[in-house]
Design a protein around this ligand. Sequence first.
Ligand SMILES: NC(=O)c1ccc[n+]([C@@H]2O[C@H](COP(=O)([O-])OP(=O)(O)OC[C@H]3O[C@@H](n4cnc5c(N)ncnc54)[C@H](OP(=O)(O)O)[C@@H]3O)[C@@H](O)[C@H]2O)c1
Length: 282
Amino acid sequence: MHLKTVQTPVAVVTGGSAGLGLCIAQVLAAKGYRVVIVGRDADRIEKACQAIASSLGGDSVDNVPLGKTADVTESSEVGELFRFVKTKFGRLDVLVNTVGTSDRGLLENLAQDRLHTLWQQNVVSSLLCSQYAIPMLETTGGVIVNIGSLASKVGARYIGGYAIVKHALAGMTSQMRLELKPRGIHVALVSPGPIRRADAGNRYTQQLNENLPDQAAKPGGGARLKGLSPERVAAAVVRCIQRRTPDVVMPGYLRPLIAIGHAFPRLGDWLLLKFTSSKSPD
Ligand SMILES: NC(=O)c1ccc[n+]([C@@H]2O[C@H](COP(=O)([O-])OP(=O)(O)OC[C@H]3O[C@@H](n4cnc5c(N)ncnc54)[C@H](OP(=O)(O)O)[C@@H]3O)[C@@H](O)[C@H]2O)c1
């Protein structure tokens, strides 16, 4: 760890009340971080804190996460969040920007208001939290991790505006890493493929229509990839923090395929169509 003091490190996990964010918060708490879980729904946060507390057992009372409600797309609420962290702990070592939303549809039909929502959730949320966190992270030589997706690296069919905003998040991450390196802050992107979850396949039913094939409802818009466990992705996020890795792709075997696709776009398109086509005709 590149921490400048031996005090208990502090981590803020946005979107820590559910899904991948909850799992990341749990792993960080188990590693000894004081974790602040951020979401919009206080009950959901409370339940997440309780779940992590019981997973930690009675001996780790000091590591039970704190919850803080904030809509991280709202500058005033993000400002209040980081003032709370400063007042409560006086330091920040890690910010994990997990808040993000996927999409289903064709770009041909992408509405401007939907793109605005995706932009706020996937890009503005991470930008605002990072901006407010920088002064404290500079003091500790801390780390920002942005949670991307394979849609940060490549396009795929049927995922609406998701590739647009996750590519923007990737660009923001690499620019911020260069800007903050001289100030001792590391900025990373973790880009997982579809993550296993209870509501897989049912999440996007409201966005499906006659223009989309059945495979669009599936994780990754029907990408032929085995779902990752959230625990595996959370462990990779923590490794990325500890090793100050700039960029993580999961599963890792896709990284060379993505690089080949960028170097040889015709071959890249062929690979993407192969990985994202259902076996039966659409
Ligand atoms: N699921 C996948 O298969 C997958 C695959 C690759 C990448 N990812 C990425 O991983 C991240 C997490 O995805 P997930 O599916 O685990 O998420 P999720 O289950 O939908 O959970 C989203 C979390 O973010 C919170 N949240 C949403 N909007 C917020 C806002 N404006 N302000 C504060 N909190 C907010 C939610 O709580 P409230 O609603 O109570 O605010 C919840 O805690 C996203 O960036 C996603 O793009 C997911």
